[in-house]
Design a binder for this molecule. Structure first.
Ligand code: KG4
Ligand code: ZN
Length: 334
């Protein structure tokens, strides 16, 4: 397998990328329908699906063109596409397009788990990654600690029992009257605030490696209802500190109880400044290599899907053209 076209349409990003067998990214195009969803305070599935239909063709053509390939007869060896988890109407657009391209070009196609895709993001920017690796995968839809012995051999050690970390950021931001998605603005405000201003609980979910954010969200609501004078920056700083403390405590527990040589961050919340600094500090303290993907690689993109597709075809072979979208496909089922 030499050159793979990746396609990603699981949520609000329509993305296509060309990646080669050395994991070099030859092109990566991402179009987002986020502006259409902002007024609603969350992704509206119907709008996302329609946007994918309108955008997928031009996005794929651009990705091929930027990779120096002829869009009508590209030298592509396989097509990889996210087939789950995600919004069913959005997944079906990418999956149908991927099958059509693969049939037209006479090449195999492979369905990729979106979360496994996120695990490939650090690898694309640091090909000489060290294993075993402990990855904290935190996004708007998921929060999990994954132990990886190789790119395709992974075990979910713990995950959120309620809200995802990004979801908690977005809900608290909404409560505070900030725009959607609220994570980036909360992060910016937090840097100007006092993290000791509010006393917030750090959930520990017993001895497990699971995390929980709904109690924290409720505590922020209660504390701000009682205290109308408190500065937004102080609320953001206190909340961010509690989120990072919980995630870092669990990540520390994971790296001290498992054999690891490195830690990595993945998913949209991996763009968070405090979390990045915390993971770097943890890696230094335990003498581990540390991989923090760039912001573009943390958020949804198709380069990570192409990379996961390359590896999956090697390990499990291509998918059948009967493959359907799996909106609830768990990483542990891959
Ligand atoms: O991975 P992603 O792009 O989409 C999926 O959920 O798959 O992650 C988006 C999430 C949103 O909840 C957003 O608020 C959060 O990542 N996010 C952040 C930051 N940047 C994005 N959360 C905290 N701090 C940030 N700097
Ligand atoms: Zn994602």
């Amino acid at each position: 397998m030499r050159v793979v076209l990746g396609i990603e349409t699981s949520c609000d990003e329509t993305a296509a990328a060309v990646v080669d067998a050395t994991f070099a990214v030859r092109s990566s195009v991402v179009e987002s329908s986020l502006d259409q969803h902002r007024p609603f305070g969350g992704v509206v599935p119907e709008l996302a699906g329609r946007a994918h239909v309108a955008t997928i063709g031009p996005v794929v053509a651009r990705a091929l063109d930027e990779a120096g390939l002829d869009p009508r007869a590209p030298a592509i060896d396989a097509v990889a596409v996210t087939s789950g988890p995600g919004l069913i109407g959005s997944l079906l657009v990418g999956l149908s397009a991927a099958k059509a391209y693969a049939l037209a070009w006479g090449v195999p196609f492979v369905g990729v788990n979106h979360l496994e895709g996120h695990l490939f993001a650090p690898l694309l920017e640091a090909p000489a990654l060290e294993w075993p690796l402990m990855t904290l995968l935190v996004s708007g839809g998921h929060s999990m600690i994954v132990w990886q012995r190789s790119p395709t051999d992974h075990q979910v050690l713990g995950e959120t029992i309620d809200d995802a970390a990004g979801e908690a950021y977005d809900k608290v931001a909404r409560w505070l009257g900030l725009g959607y998605p609220g994570g980036p603005e909360m992060d910016r405000l937090a840097r100007e605030g006092n993290a000791q201003a509010l006393r917030l609980p750090v959930s520990m979910v017993g001895d497990s490696l699971d995390v929980s954010f709904s109690g924290l969200k409720t505590a922020v609501v209660r504390a701000t209802e009682k205290n109308h004078e408190i500065a937004l920056a102080d609320v953001a700083a206190s909340f961010q500190s509690a989120v990072c403390e919980q995630l870092l405590r669990k990540l520390t527990q994971a790296v001290t109880t498992h054999e690891v040589r490195a830690v990595a961050l993945a998913g949209g919340v991996a763009a968070n400044s405090a979390l990045r600094a915390g993971v770097e500090g943890l890696a230094r303290e335990y003498g581990l290599a540390c991989y923090l993907p760039s912001r573009a690689m943390c958020t949804d993109n198709a380069a990570m899907i192409a990379a996961a597709g390359l590896a999956r075809i090697e390990v499990s072979g291509p998918s059948s053209f009967d493959l359907s979208a799996e909106p609830n496909w768990l990483l542990s089922e891959v």
